[in-house]
Design a protein around this ligand. Sequence first.
Ligand SMILES: [Fe+2]
Ligand SMILES: [Fe+2]
Length: 207
Amino acid sequence: MEDALSRLQGLIQALPSGLQDHLHRTRDTALELATRHNVDARKVEMAALGHDLLRAASDRELLEQARTIGLTVHPVEERVPILLHGPLAAQRLRHLGIITDAEVLEAIQWHSTAWPGMGRVGLVVFLSDKLDPMKARRSPWLKRLAATARESLETAAAEYLTREIALLLKAGSLLHPASVEARNYLLLLASQPPGNGRSHLTPNRTS
Ligand SMILES: [Fe+2]
Ligand SMILES: [Fe+2]
């Protein structure tokens, strides 16, 4: 794992400095949440540092890479290629043998849209990306979301998705189905009677 971390850090050093700073802030926020919620800190660190490995790639590069590796591209991703930077980063890091852990790869893959059934490593990274202090300090709403995230990862992720989906609808934008399904999943989870687990709510993976 140590070797994997130094290899990942080597890749990150080639990224634009502003993006590197975002990755480090996301890592710091994610480690705080991981400690608070007893989530594996090593997994969280790898996912947080790797999540935006391809964030600086152009739309054209992302679509080309997706075609090259035979990744199934949803029509919404075809129209909004930035949504591919997480899935492609997960593929790249797995291909390089830097990350093999399924939970870490899942967290990287779905950090933009979220995914129904996403584990707690994924929820920590999803939220930490949005709660980057550079963004949060300008937004009272994000500050409140950060407080909610300290209490419940699931509640905070559902609140974020509700707001994000509402904003996209208001703007007449496309919705990625994974975000809609993730929100449904989290709301259903919150209304489950005590004792019922997550597993039966998790849909089959389609991509
Ligand atoms: Fe991202
Ligand atoms: Fe990010």
